[in-house]
Design a protein around this ligand. Structure first.
Ligand SMILES: NC(=O)N[C@@H](CC(=O)O)C(=O)O
Ligand SMILES: [Zn+2]
Ligand SMILES: [Zn+2]
Length: 350
């Protein structure tokens, strides 16, 4: 039941443990939408070309810091894009010099700009063993890419075919299953004893596959992994509001211009950075679990990554429905902001 009495909530400044900032004009346009509310974010490396080496990550980090608005209180946490040729020594260097906090595993062909990802998982064993030794987390896009596997089953099949054997071979590897979309993934994380956590996006707490396909196709609800049945969405909400330390926010805010999304073969990705905190507060409020919002957005993520929570706070207040732009403009074209389909009553005070 909604907590009708609660109209103000102060929490530690949140972090986003899965974010796409892109580069150039797009980076400059979308970065302020995140730095306004978030203290840190794990920055995804799927640029073209990808962010593979320590040097690539350091250069990208400099470009992000250079694009920050004046006075912003935001730290990008960088990731390396894992390829079959990634050098374990370079990964170690990135972690130990503080240039990168994690490595990102894309199965080749699974999602946007994943062509340089992994085909043969045996080839990355030495890197994973090195990471296990130094305690560096592996962020995983958990979907198989086989044409004969139904797209709605690709996450569950990935867990059985790839993730379970991989974690058995390298049990000390710290893994984050990114943007989980299924009850199967939630159960798998809950059943694990250590070294496994999951990020959950804002949009997967709100939409199911009907939102994409019923009553006309909605490209702005299309992302990967694709939203599943309602029972899976409910399992994700239960995990997010539970306070369980193994689940935390990774928005997967993934901007694409409208022309790139609205075409016969449209891009996957939902842009949620501008209204994510308001959407989440609404979801937690409706569930009567506002008191668990801070764990999900601000405490569980840093704890898993071995970092302290942010020192500063943000305050959300409840009132009349808030206004937010339907799109933001970028020099590359307009980018549509996620529309949850209901009013948002929680405003982040600035
Ligand atoms: N989530 C998405 O649908 N798209 C992401 C890639 C990803 O996170 O898989 C993107 O980079 O656009
Ligand atoms: Zn992904
Ligand atoms: Zn992503």
């Amino acid at each position: 039941m909604p907590d009708k009495n609660m109209t103000s909530l102060t929490i530690r400044r949140p972090d986003d443990w899965h974010l796409h900032l892109r580069d150039g004009a797009m980076l400059r346009a979308v970065l302020p939408e995140t730095s306004r509310h978030f203290g840190r974010a794990i920055i995804m490396p799927n640029l073209v070309p990808p962010v593979v080496t320590t040097a690539d990550a350091a250069a990208y980090r400099d470009r992000i810091i250079g694009a920050l608005p004046d006075g912003a209180d935001f730290t990008p946490l960088m990731t390396l894009y894992l390829t079959e040729d990634t050098d374990p020594a370079d990964v170690k260097r990135a972690y130990e010099t503080g240039v990168a906090q994690a490595v990102k595993l894309y199965p080749a062909g699974a999602t946007t700009n994943s062509a340089s990802g992994v085909r043969d998982f045996e080839k990355i064993r030495p890197v994973l063993e090195q990471m296990a030794e130094i305690g560096m987390p592996l962020c995983v896009h958990g979907e198989v890419t086989d044409n004969d596997i139904d797209i709605f089953d690709r996450e569950a099949v990935f867990i059985d075919r790839i993730l379970k054997p991989l974690r058995k071979k390298v049990p000390d590897l710290k893994v984050v299953m990114e943007h989980v979309t299924t009850k199967d993934a939630v159960d798998y994380v809950r059943d694990s004893h250590k070294n496994l956590a999951a990020t959950i996006t804002t949009h997967h707490l709100i939409i199911n596959r009907n939102h994409i396909l019923a009553g006309g196709i909605k490209p702005h609800f299309y992302c990967l992994p694709v939203a599943k049945r309602e029972l899976h969405r409910v399992a994700l909400v239960q995990a997010a509001i539970s306070g369980d330390k193994r689940f935390f926010l990774g928005t997967d805010s993934a901007p694409h211009t409208d022309p790139a999304k609205l075409q016969p073969c449209g891009c996957a990705g939902i842009f949620t950075a501008p209204n994510t905190m308001s959407c989440l507060a609404e979801v937690f409020d409706v569930a009567g679990k506002l008191t668990k919002l801070e764990a999900f957005t601000s405490l569980n993520g840093p704890a898993y990554y071995g970092l302290a929570p942010n020192e500063t706070t943000i305050t959300l207040t409840k009132g009349d429905p808030i206004a937010y732009p339907a799109q933001i403009t970028t020099a590359d074209g307009p980018v549509t902001v996620f529309d949850p389909g209901f009013d948002l009553h929680w405003r982040v005070e600035t």
